[in-house]
Ligand binder design. Structure first.
Ligand SMILES: [Fe+2]
Ligand SMILES: [Fe+2]
Length: 245
């Protein structure tokens, strides 16, 4: 039996979290692979459902106040943020998958770490849903390259995850911090009248900061400066391309 799919079908999200936090029995590799494939398909092809409305979005927002140019700019920036959330899903899924395999240096599978990463990934689903919904409202489309972004981030997550608990959590910390800084820059660039997009970005920025803190407290090690630089360069490529495509 493929227990992750079965439990998703019968559990509420809250119940699932409780189960995940208490069950540290190692998942068989075949089930771990199916779980990862299931997550990839959901991210790329299923409309995400947020577990909660974005708490900072004003109830009544009037996009008629935006000029066509402002709408175009907001759509491009929210597309970049949506790509970031697609990548977040890929990273957390791949790192969880890697945690369930023996590491290259002989590390034992770490089911508790895998479940922690999966919980974090589920929290990112709200961000994915909020950005997707905002794209729809703005009449903008997601990136045409989402499968490519997902595949690239998944590969990166596998490498980070294979390095073991400390580096894997360190990778989470650095990623979340870079995303937080990136979102702060978007608050400077989004049209001042686009209250809905700004509220989503502000909430996500707070959430990403918390994710970084959580991973740090869970035992992350600092990544070397050159690695952080490479991550920043890769993120720059992604944000530049996703702004347009
Ligand atoms: Fe996020
Ligand atoms: Fe995050």
């Amino acid at each position: 039996m493929v227990w992750p799919l079965a439990t998703v079908a019968i559990c509420t999200r809250g119940t699932m979290r409780n189960l995940a936090s208490t069950n540290t029995m190692t998942m068989p590799p075949s089930d771990a692979l199916i779980t990862a494939a299931d997550s990839a398909l959901r991210t790329l092809f299923v409309k995400p459902q947020a577990s909660q409305a974005c708490p900072t979005v004003p109830e009544h927002h009037d996009d008629g106040a935006l000029t066509p140019e402002e709408k175009h700019l907001s759509g491009a920036l929210m597309r970049v943020n949506h790509v970031g959330e697609v990548c977040a899903q890929a990273l957390y899924t791949a790192q969880a998958l890697a945690a369930r395999w023996p590491g290259p240096a002989g590390q034992a599978p770490n089911e508790a770490l895998a479940q922690r990463l999966e919980r974090a990934g589920r929290e990112e689903t709200d961000h994915l849903a909020w950005t997707q919904r905002r794209l729809d409202e703005l009449g903008a489309r997601p990136s045409l390259l989402n499968p490519l972004w997902y595949a690239g981030a998944f590969g990166l997550g596998l490498v980070a995850g294979a390095l073991g608990r400390g580096p894997s959590l360190g990778f989470v910390v650095e990623t979340e911090r870079q995303v937080e800084a990136h979102l702060a820059s978007h608050l400077d660039r989004l049209p001042v009248n686009d209250h809905a997009s700004r509220a989503i970005v502000a909430q996500m920025k707070d959430d990403e900061a918390r994710h970084a803190r959580d991973a740090h407290q869970a035992g992350a090690i600092d990544l070397p400066m050159p690695v952080r630089g490479v991550m920043r360069a890769m993120a720059r490529v992604m944000t530049t391309v996703a702004h347009r495509i």
